[in-house]
Design a binder for this molecule. Structure first.
Ligand code: PLP
Length: 458
């Protein structure tokens, strides 16, 4: 039986000549179609040998080849509607950029720009200089440079300042951020020796002071972004560390994680330390992310002491970790929004979402529910309920922001099935499951129609 099937497998030529395949070839080209057909034939032979396949008709095999071809030719990146309630959702790309950033990124994508050239004399310029001026102004820093992300910023700063030497850090700050960023690992990969002081919950100024020796290169302080310690806890503040570092003549490097450029309390949000405060309080260098609370593209910003920044610029690692022109464009436009702090909350999606009034979210829920009822039909039950959103990406740890949610249930299907159905729609709609309910958080959704799945999914 298997031999007979193997003998009757259609040939590549035969399959390429089949009617529907000819049409596909005119769209995607003969070479790709041939590749798809060969792949399918190969799998078919394996399947026959394993006894898993018993239909080798030209029709059946053509259908398989066509679906493979479709799989190869369709775009991998699709829009995902983030209805999770995490404003900065790492797995869907963190911050959604503002219109100005989108425009400048398009300009940089479709044309050449003054990336590393001075327009006054045509001489070679510095790629970071476009954003450096803005960062200096907004963070009160004397110098700044930019790399691929904050993990890279920490890596290059430590490698520049402390390769082969000791880095003192509190045990309470040896954090894991997620996505395999663990501070102890980054410190080791930077070529530095980790010198832990204190305990998980309490570290004292004297712990730092007594750890310092001639081989100590710097004191490292990390913002414990994604968790909050309550109870019997003591951390040593920058202003207490400053005299210790000064006496030992070593710098303080502060990994601020999210690193806000404005005091968020001004917009009614919880307190998050700003970059300027950190520098004023004693950090010589601050590192922070471009795509967390800042609301820009993925980038790592290093701000502070001019001599140290110059050293970082000369480090070959800086070259390896440099950011591309699209990122510089998106970052410049985003930073520019911070020049006007009153307009910021309207123009910067991250801040707009975080501060969106519950009444506006409720309106969006009402409109979306009506549309969902029509689209999904009688078997679904749709309700509006209360809940909480979060900033996400380790920003504003512990802060739960009241929101309104759409809860969707079904007579026969469980929440995981509904979750999957929304996910498979195009654009894909990403909700969340909580306490066995499928939920859509409308905080980050400006157009209510965006959470209504394409009909064919159901
Ligand atoms: C998020 C975070 C990082 C990593 O930043 P990326 O921009 O994601 O590389 C490092 N340190 C802290 C404290 C963080 O919160």
């Amino acid at each position: 039986m298997r031999e007979k099937l193997l003998r009757h497998i259609p040939s590549v030529d035969e399959l390429l000549k089949a009617g529907p395949m000819k049409e596909a070839i005119s769209g995607c080209g003969l070479q790709l179609a041939t590749e798809a057909v060969r792949e399918i034939l190969c799998e078919l032979r394996d399947g026959i040998v394993k006894g898993e396949i018993n239909d080798v008709s030209t029709g059946a095999v053509t259908t398989k080849a066509l679906s493979r071809l479709k799989e190869i030719s369709s775009t991998g990146i699709v829009r995902v509607v983030n209805a999770t309630g995490a404003v900065l959702h790492t797995n869907t790309g963190r911050a959604v950029l503002g219109q100005e950033a989108v425009k400048l990124i398009c300009l940089a994508a479709e044309s050449n720009i003054n990336l590393e050239i001075s327009l006054s004399d045509g001489e070679r310029g510095e790629r970071d200089s476009i954003v450096e001026g803005l960062i200096k102004r907004l963070a009160g820093a004397s110098s700044a440079c930019v790399v691929n992300n904050n993990a890279a910023a920490v890596l290059v700063a430590l490698n520049t300042l402390a390769e082969g030497r000791e880095v003192v850090i509190s045990r309470g700050e040896l954090v894991e951020i997620g996505g395999s960023f663990r501070l102890p690992d980054i410190i080791k990969k930077s070529g530095c020796v980790l010198r832990e002081v204190g305990t998980t919950n309490r570290t004292h100024a004297s712990d730092y002071a007594s750890a310092i020796n001639p081989n100590t290169a710097l004191i490292f302080k990390a913002h414990t972004s994604n968790f909050r310690v309550v109870g019997f806890h003591k951390e040593v503040l920058l202003k207490e560390l400053k005299p210790i570092a000064k006496k030992a003549e070593i710098p303080i490097v502060h990994d601020l994680g999210s690193g806000s450029l404005v005091d968020l309390r001004r917009y009614g949000l919880p307190y998050e330390p700003t970059v300027a405060e950190s520098l004023v309080s004693g950090a010589d260098i601050v590192t922070f992310s471009g795509d967390k609370l800042l609301g820009g593209p993925q980038a790592g910003i290093i701000a502070g002491n001019t001599g140290i920044i110059e050293g970082i610029r000369k480090n070959p690692l800086k070259r390896a970790l440099r950011i591309d022109k699209l990122t510089i464009a998106g970052l410049e436009a985003t930073l520019r929004l911070y020049l006007n702090k009153d307009a910021l909350v309207r123009e910067l999606p991250t801040l707009r979402f975080l501060t969106r009034p519950v009444s506006e979210i409720e309106d969006a829920c009402v409109k979306a529910s009506q549309m969902l009822k029509l689209a999904l039909g009688e078997d679904f039950n749709i309700e509006i309920t209360g809940g909480e959103s979060v900033a996400g990406s380790g920003a504003l740890p512990g802060a739960a922001i009241p929101t309104r949610l759409i809860s969707i249930s079904h007579r026969g299907k469980g929440p995981h099935e509904i979750f999957k159905m929304f996910l498979e729609s195009r654009p894909s709609i990403l909700g969340r499951i909580s306490k066995d309910r499928f939920l859509l958080d409308m905080r980050t959704i400006l157009d209510p129609a965006a959470v209504v799945p394409a009909k064919k999914v159901f």
